[in-house]
Design a protein around this ligand. Sequence first.
Ligand SMILES: [Zn+2]
Length: 290
Amino acid sequence: MKKKALVAFIAFLAGCLTVSAQRAADYLNGPFLDRLNKDASYTHLKATITAEFIHAQPGNWGEFVRGVDEDIKTGKKIIAFTFDACGGPKGSGYDAELIDFLRKEHVPATLFVTGKWIDANFSTFLTLSKDTLFEIENHGLNHRPCALDGESEYGIHGTANAASAFDEVEANARKIEALTHRRPVFYRSATAFIDEACARMTEKLGIQTISFQILSGDAVPYTPAKVIERNVIDHVSPGAIVIMHFNRPAWNTCEAMRLIVPQLRKMGYQFVKLEHFKLVGKAVRRSSIP
Ligand SMILES: [Zn+2]
């Protein structure tokens, strides 16, 4: 009888693993986008948005162009740590040590993930999305900088046209929503570069594009923790958004955070996720957008 129960339990576990492997396969970028392109709610919106932007001028290209926010509007001593997971050749790793540190220290953070990174870290992604310490936001489906004309940055080609810009932003928003039951409200373009037309496009999708105020420098491979620490501490101000990464465990992001967090606490700073705050862009205020 005991043996029978054990066999049944093993069969049950094997069944669970098969179901979760199938679920992960269903949500891979390729099959997921194929399904969206047969879904009328997606194709109608894509046709409308594409028609609106097909002849638009891209406008300026950069990290701080019109329509992009980079700060929390506040006088309070709060700071938002944001960590990107880029995926593909830009790294599909998972910095477990960093995430463990944030949990141990109760430091909330906003995680910007790509569809590619989710594909490589499916069960880890689901676990992170259920942890209320973290907010999951959108870093694009394939980690392509959002452009109307294929503009590139750091050697990464941007999206080639309005339709592919739409897929990069909206398909990943829907993928995250399908897996977490929460639609992301923020988008950070791959490399943080975007053109002004694409920033307008994301607004039409109800998604706010953000960049950052403090460039930690952790994405330059093997930047020493001390340098990352100075980049953050020397530039901190109320409401600053800091950009870092959690997809490169060999880099020094975690070591830097061990130095940064106690100092900021001593300076009176509290750490927040982005979702409950009004954001502003310094370069051009949002009220000036036509
Ligand atoms: Zn990235």
